[in-house]
Design a protein around this ligand. Structure first.
Ligand code: PLP
Length: 400
């Protein structure tokens, strides 16, 4: 994958619409006609390239977006879904059945954690949650039943970094599938280059970038995506988390500006993180030399896209965190809202929101403190102005 540039790969894709439209036409149909019954049968059997049968299986609009996401991640193909969870759960259920075992990072999105901890055991699938930054601990958790190694490139919400190349070595040695959720770091990191087998995104976040829809994708080999979409045994086909064509068309258009947005998110977050740290705030950002995995992350990223737009600041207590978030919102510095990747800065206290599925004692063990605020830094034009205003809020509340 020498000279691989994910944004150039997206840019090189050209899709025209009917009548020469500069955007592809939206396939506004759930079902498709056939001139011959034989072609319909062959399509059902999966033997007719380029023919469509029914939109839960695939639609032209979804295939355009699949191709763009596969080009971005460097995989053979991809399968979009109605949400990030709609990509994560069928992928894991396709890879694992009753009696199988998963080794997962313990610092992952709360919904994924809840699925693995509470729901997957109902299907006979057990998970060991580990500190993903300790490769010896990861390897020690593998059992003869383990099928999958699961992590997020940059974890939600603690911004721990997974050493994907190191994890890939372990996965290969034990014949496991390494599944990486790359939601926090599109373009910045290309997990396939580092040895991941399957890459997942919640498109809801940076890739769509306008907080107007949920969406997800699994990027993988043609063989795996075929298995997910198999009419008889595919988890995506049978559980049905299909993205709507209207939505995939709008996500595709937003993806055209992803490279510009990621650069600006990264620039703004790095700017604030450096200053907050100098001001004495407990700041976590993978671009700071003080981040425990800074060096590894620096070696993993496609440098022009930077270290990403996510950072955390610990202001000491939940009461202070809440007061600060309310004050910042009142000054139009951002929104007190979950999610990430919006043009506007978003902030929340993960312990009581996106990670509330994780029991309190486990939150403490993983270092998820009460006063932690997770910031998704926006596309602000003048970040020095934003910094001064945020600092003013902190001074007003005696946090600084
Ligand atoms: N993965 C990560 C890292 C997330 O942050 C989220 C949502 O917050 C998800 C997956 C789930 O995505 P969705 O909400 O689109 O289902």
């Amino acid at each position: 994958m020498n000279n691989f540039n994910p944004a150039d790969n997206i840019q090189d894709l050209q899709y025209f619409g009917e009548f020469g439209g500069v955007n592809p036409s939206i396939s506004d149909s759930s079902t498709y006609t056939f001139l011959s019954a034989k072609t319909m049968f062959d399509t059902f059997e999966g033997n007719m390239e380029g023919c469509y049968l029914y939109s839960r299986h695939s639609s032209p609009s979804n295939l355009y977006l699949d191709k763009a996401l596969a080009a971005m991640e460097g995989t053979e193909t991809a399968n979009v879904s109605a949400s990030g969870m709609g990509a994560i759960t069928p992928t894991l259920l396709q890879l694992c059945g009753a009696g199988d075992h998963i080794v997962s990072s313990r610092t992952i999105y709360g919904g994924t954690y809840a699925f693995l901890k509470n729901f997957a055991p109902r299907m006979g699938i057990k998970t060991a949650f580990v500190d993903i930054t300790k490769l010896d601990v990861v390897e020690a958790a593998i059992t003869p039943e383990t099928k999958v190694l699961y992590c997020e490139t940059v974890s939600n919400p603690l911004l721990e970094v997974a050493d994907i190349a190191g994890l890939s070595k372990i996965a290969k040695k034990h014949n496991l599938t390494l599944v990486v959720d790359n939601t926090f770091s599109p373009l910045s990191v290309t997990p396939i280059k580092l040895g991941a087998d399957i890459v997942i995104h919640s498109l809801t976040k940076y890739i769509n970038g306008s907080s107007d829809t949920v969406g997800g994708v699994t990027c993988a080999s043609q063989e795996f995506i075929n298995s997910l979409k198999d009419v008889n045994s595919g988890a995506s086909m049978l559980l049905g988390p299909t993205m709507d064509s209207m939505r995939s068309a709008s996500v595709m258009k937003n993806m055209r500006t992803l490279h510009l947005r990621i650069k600006q998110h990264s620039y703004n977050a790095a700017y604030l993180a450096e200053r907050f740290e100098k001001d004495g705030l407990k700041t976590v950002y993978p671009g700071l030399a003080s981040h425990p995995s800074h060096k590894i992350y620096a070696s993993m990223i496609n440098p022009e896209y930077g270290f990403g737009g996510m950072m955390t600041v610990d202001v000491g207590s939940l009461a202070k965190a809440n007061a600060l978030m309310e004050l910042m919102q009142s000054k139009n510095l951002g929104y007190l809202a979950v999610s990430l990747g919006f043009y506007k800065t978003l902030f929340s206290a993960p312990g009581t929101s996106t990670s509330s599925e994780i029991p309190l004692e486990e939150q403490t063990e993983m270092g998820l403190t009460d006063g932690l605020i997770r910031f998704s830094i926006g596309l602000d034009n003048d970040i020095e102005r934003t910094y001064q205003m945020m600092k003013g809020c902190m001074q007003e509340l005696s946090i600084l």
